[in-house]
Design a protein around this ligand. Structure first.
Ligand code: Z5A
Length: 205
């Protein structure tokens, strides 16, 4: 059976994920690959509704476990109804964020037990993991400066600086734990230089 590749891109706010996904999709399409671009939380009709609940400031306070479970509920829908069917058709799927974000934001940021997140990962995904994860790394300060121009912050973006430092640290820890899959990209340099690093990993894939 034909099987496409699953690429995810992650990192702290303002790391340049959206910018680099444009590059990744163009690059793959030039190679004749059929690409499905998607995002988390979201990516499906139901997932986008869950995203509104998760990120909407009007949602107000939410227990950290509820936040984690909603992330995985949206993810289950995403995998079952969008990602796996596309891969089975030989398409490549590029997702703006995936499970590493749950480890970083809910595990690091919210200080939830990483073992409990692993249990949910196994429940929802079994052995399913991305073929390649590009982790765009840069300091929290630079990332914040890049998104300062935006009008309003979402529910999670309103967290304090220490939250995002913990998020970044978990991302880095995971890139050291899974070096075969997670490639750390220096996202502090110019856009073209970030794309160049990503290009090298895409060629390897
Ligand atoms: N979340 C979670 O908690 N748990 C989970 O399991 C999952 C997600 C899956 C989703 O937000 C939120 O959900 C996120 C994590 C949480 N929470 N927060 N906070 P999102 O992923 O949709 O949005 P985001 O994280 O806020 O991403 P972003 O801020 O939109 O940033 P970005 O896509 O990485 O960056 P960008 O839009 O490409 O670039 C930002 C600006 O910087 C823009 O003006 C660019 O032109 C500029 N830029 C980009 N690259 C460069 C370079 N290299 N140099 C200079 N300027 C640059």
């Amino acid at each position: 059976m034909k099987q496409g590749k699953f690429i995810t891109i992650d990192g702290v706010e303002g790391a340049g994920k959206s910018t680099q996904i444009d590059f990744i999709c163009s690059y793959l399409q030039e190679k004749g690959v059929e690409v499905v671009r998607t995002r988390e939380p979201g990516g499906t009709e139901l997932g986008e509704k869950i995203r509104s609940l998760l990120l909407g400031v009007e949602t107000g306070d939410m227990h950290s476990d509820t936040e984690l479970l909603l992330m995985f509920s949206a993810r289950n829908e995403h995998i079952q109804s969008k990602i796996q069917p596309a891969l089975a058709q030989g398409k490549w799927v590029v997702s703006d964020r995936f499970t590493d974000a749950s480890f970083a934001y809910q595990g690091g940021g919210r200080s939830l037990d990483l073992k409990r997140i692993e249990a949910l990962e196994t429940w929802v995904q079994g052995e399913f993991r991305p073929d390649l994860t590009l982790l765009l790394d840069l300091s929290v300060d630079i990332g914040m400066t890049r998104i300062e121009v935006r009008s309003a912050k979402d529910r999670i973006e309103q967290e304090e600086r220490a939250f995002f430092e913990r998020v970044r640290q978990v991302f880095i820890d995971r890139s050291l734990q899974y070096p075969q899959r997670i490639k750390l990209v220096d996202a502090s340099v110019a856009i073209d230089e970030v794309s160049q690093q990503i290009h090298t990993y895409l060629e390897q894939l």
